[in-house]
Ligand binder design. Structure first.
Ligand code: F6P
Length: 410
C-alpha cells in the first residue's frame, strides 16, 4: 500500500481541529516529512465575495451555501491530491467533514490511498463556551457586537449539529477528546503509515513557547502578607511596563491570568503593547487560598497559630490551610487550567500565563518539573520569568530576566 497518507479531521466547529492539524503537521515536519494542511474555512474566506460568516450560510437548507462549501472542499481535495502525487507525504484535510456524504466524497477522490479519520470531540461545556467567546473575537466577526458574534457562531454550530453523523463505516479512525488529550476510540482496518507516531503525539503535550510570569510587586508583598487581592505598588506597575516592553516584539495573542487584580494589572500593559492580544482570566489560576490565614503575615501565623506554621514546615506540599487549600489540593484545578490554556490557544502561538507564586510553582510541577516535595520551594521571583519549551525531544525550563523592574523616571 501507498506510504503516503491522508488525514481527515472530523468534528463540530470549535472542537480543536485546527490546533490538532497544526500540531501533527509541525511535529512531523521536524521529522523531515512533507506535511501540508488544507483548511476549508480559510479557503472559503479567501474565495467568498463579501462576508461568509452569517449563520444562514451554513444551513443545509441554503443551496448556495452548500454548493459554495462543497466547491471549497473539492478544490482543497484536488490540491491535496496534487501535493501527494508530487513531493508530499501527508495531507491533512482540516474541515468539519461531519456528514457521511462529505466523507464518502473524500474517500472516492482519494481512492487507493490510506485515509485516517481523526475526530475531535469536547464534552467540557465551560471550555467550549470559552472557545466560543474567543472565536467570536476573530476578524470574520469584527462587524458584529461581541454578543451578536457569539450568537452567530453558536447558530453556525447548531447547523453543523443537524448534519453531524458519527464515524461508522470509515476504515481507520481515531476519536480524541481534544480538551483532555485522551483517545476515546480507535479502529484500524488498513496499514496506516506513521500511525504510531501520530497516535503518540495526539496524547503528548507539546509546548512551543510558554512564558510563565509572576505578577509584579504588590502592597501585600511589601509586608510579606499572604492571599488577599492587593493591587500593584509603583514598583510593581513599573515591572509590568518593563515586561510589556520586553515582550513587545514577541507576539502573544492570548495572555492568561487569574481573577486577581495583581495578575490583571500586570497583564494589561503587556496586552496593550501587543498588536493583537486579549486577556483571559481563569479562576483555576487564582493563588492558593490560605483559609483562616488569608491576609496574615508569616510572622503573624507563627505567633498566633504556631501549629499551622509547624505542620506546614513538616510537609509543605501535603499541608492544607484550615478552611483553605494546599499545594496538593491545587493539583487538579491547575491541571484543568492548563487544559483550558492548550484548548484555547492556537497550536502555533506563544502562550503567556501571568500567575502567582504557588500557582506558578504548580504549573511548573504539572510539566513534571522537580520532585513534589521540592515544588513549594521553587524560586519564583518577580523580576524574572520562566520560559518553557517542551516536546518529545526536549524539556527546557529557563529562568529569564527582563529589563529593569524600576520605573524609568527614577
Ligand atoms: O506571598 C505571596 C503569595 O503568593 C501568597 O499569596 C501565597 O500564600 C504564597 O505566596 C505562596 O507561597 P508559599 O507557599 O511559599 O507560602
Amino acid at each position: 500500500m501507498d506510504s503516503k497518507l491522508v488525514i481527515v479531521l472530523v468534528g463540530l466547529p470549535a472542537r480543536g481541529k485546527s490546533t490538532m492539524a497544526r500540531k501533527i503537521a509541525r511535529t512531523l515536519e521536524r521529522d523531515e516529512l512533507k506535511v501540508r494542511v488544507f483548511n476549508n474555512g480559510e479557503l472559503r474566506r479567501k474565495l467568498a465575495q463579501g462576508n461568509s460568516s452569517a449563520p444562514e450560510f451554513f444551513s443545509p437548507q441554503n443551496p448556495e451555501g452548500v454548493a459554495f462549501r462543497e466547491k471549497c472542499a473539492r478544490i482543497n481535495l484536488d490540491l491535496a491530491q496534487s501535493f501527494l502525487q508530487e513531493e508530499g507525504d501527508i495531507a491533512i484535510i482540516d474541515a468539519s467533514n461531519v456528514s457521511r456524504q462529505r466523507r464518502e466524497m473524500i474517500e472516492e477522490t482519494m481512492a487507493g490511498r490510506p485515509i485516517l479519520f481523526l475526530e475531535c470531540r469536547n464534552a467540557d461545556e465551560e471550555a467550549l463556551e470559552a472557545n466560543l467567546v474567543r472565536k467570536s473575537s476573530l476578524r470574520e466577526f469584527a462587524h458584529l457586537s461581541p454578543q451578536k458574534a457569539i450568537d452567530s457562531f453558536a447558530k453556525r454550530i447548531s447547523f453543523y449539529e443537524t448534519m453531524y453523523e458519527p464515524l461508522h463505516s470509515e476504515r481507520n479512525c481515531i476519536v480524541v477528546d481534544s480538551f483532555t488529550g485522551s483517545i476515546l476510540q480507535e479502529k484500524l482496518a488498513d496499514v496506516v503509515p506513521y500511525y504510531d507516531r501520530i497516535r503518540d503525539l495526539i496524547t503528548t503535550r507539546i509546548v512551543k513557547n510558554l512564558f510563565l510570569v509572576r505578577h509584579g510587586e504588590t502592597y501585600f508583598n511589601l509586608e510579606d502578607r499572604i492571599g488577599g487581592d492587593s493591587v500593584l505598588t509603583a514598583k510593581g506597575l513599573a515591572q509590568a511596563r518593563a515586561l510589556a516592553e520586553h515582550f513587545s516584539t514577541i507576539p502573544i495573542p492570548i495572555i492568561f491570568t487569574s481573577n486577581y487584580l495583581r495578575t490583571l494589572q500586570t497583564a494589561a500593559p503587556i496586552a496593550e503593547k501587543q498588536e493583537h492580544s486579549s486577556i483571559i482570566a481563569l479562576p483555576e489560576f487564582n493563588e492558593i487560598h490560605a483559609g483562616i490565614c488569608d491576609g496574615m503575615t508569616y510572622q503573624e501565623i507563627l505567633a498566633r497559630m504556631p501549629e499551622v506554621a509547624d505542620a506546614r514546615k513538616q510537609d509543605k506540599y501535603g499541608y492544607t490551610y484550615p478552611e483553605g487549600e494546599g499545594y496538593a489540593t491545587m493539583e487538579q484545578r491547575i491541571h484543568r487550567g492548563l487544559q483550558k490554556v492548550f484548548y484555547l490557544n492556537n497550536y502555533d502561538d506563544n502562550i503567556m500565563i501571568v500567575g502567582h507564586r504557588a500557582v506558578n510553582r504548580m504549573i511548573l510541577s504539572d510539566f513534571l518539573f522537580r520532585q513534589k516535595e521540592e515544588v513549594p520551594y521553587v524560586y519564583m521571583p518577580q523580576n524574572r520569568y520562566y520560559h518553557l519549551q517542551i516536546d518529545p525531544h526536549k524539556k527546557n525550563f529557563e529562568l529569564q530576566p527582563y529589563a529593569s523592574g524600576q520605573s524609568k523616571k527614577r
